[in-house]
Design a protein around this ligand. Structure first.
Ligand SMILES: NC(=O)c1ccc[n+]([C@@H]2O[C@H](COP(=O)([O-])OP(=O)(O)OC[C@H]3O[C@@H](n4cnc5c(N)ncnc54)[C@H](OP(=O)(O)O)[C@@H]3O)[C@@H](O)[C@H]2O)c1
Length: 168
């Protein structure tokens, strides 16, 4: 959903005396950050909870480039249009940096990627795609991981704007 559409929906609900929307489920992760332009500032201003989906970019942010096709889902999605968007405009370099910080801190790549998302004040809770109990446990541990400002800056640096994907 575009931010102007959500602003319309909030306004319409208010004008008609209907229940207010309280949360936004949107597409947001380290390699797809277009939501930072309009939607996240709108949600901040309106006090709307943000619950992003695909926080690990379908697994792209959870393993090194050399292992992207190492799982059944990875094999299925590695040449999809969405994966091309994730990999484009700095995406592959971001993946390498996530891997580097994960090694430095003794964390998994999934934990570094989730810690980055949780460092954002706008974000309330990511919807992680769990495939195993280990994935769940790692995600829970990521809640206690704090990245420094310079880590966050390092992870964000390669990103360049991308076409809107995940809604139209
Ligand atoms: N509202 C909407 O429009 C919308 C759209 C899309 C999705 N969703 C919801 O969002 C949910 C999550 O989306 P998503 O599955 O794309 O999320 P995601 O968290 O970006 O990706 C999940 C994938 O990351 C990998 N992974 C997760 N934890 C890991 C860990 N600890 N270590 C290594 N790899 C890990 C797994 O890949 P492998 O399977 O390859 O191991 C898993 O399939 C969906 O289930 C759906 O319910 C909502």
């Amino acid at each position: 959903m575009f931010a102007y559409q959500f602003a319309d929906a909030l306004h319409t609900a208010e004008r008609r005396g209907l229940d207010r929307f309280v949360s936004m489920q949107n597409h947001y992760n380290l390699v797809y950050r277009e939501e930072e332009r309009e939607m996240l500032p709108l949600c901040d201003r309106e006090g709307i909870g943000v619950v992003p989906w695909s926080p690990l970019a379908r697994g792209f942010l959870a393993r090194p480039l050399s292992e992207l096709t190492a799982t059944p889902r990875g094999e299925r999605t590695s040449d999809s249009d969405r994966m091309s968007v994730y990999r484009s405009n700095g995406g592959d370099e971001t993946n390498r940096r996530v891997e580097e910080l994960a090694e430095d801190y003794g964390l998994s790549m999934a934990q570094v990627s989730l810690a980055w998302l949780l460092s954002k004040d706008s974000v309330d809770a990511p919807i992680v795609g769990m495939r195993s109990v280990e994935h769940l446990e790692e995600a829970v541990e990521a809640v206690d991981v704090s990245l420094s400002d310079s880590d966050v800056e390092y992870l964000e640096e390669p990103y360049e704007p991308k076409p809107v994907t995940g809604h139209s």
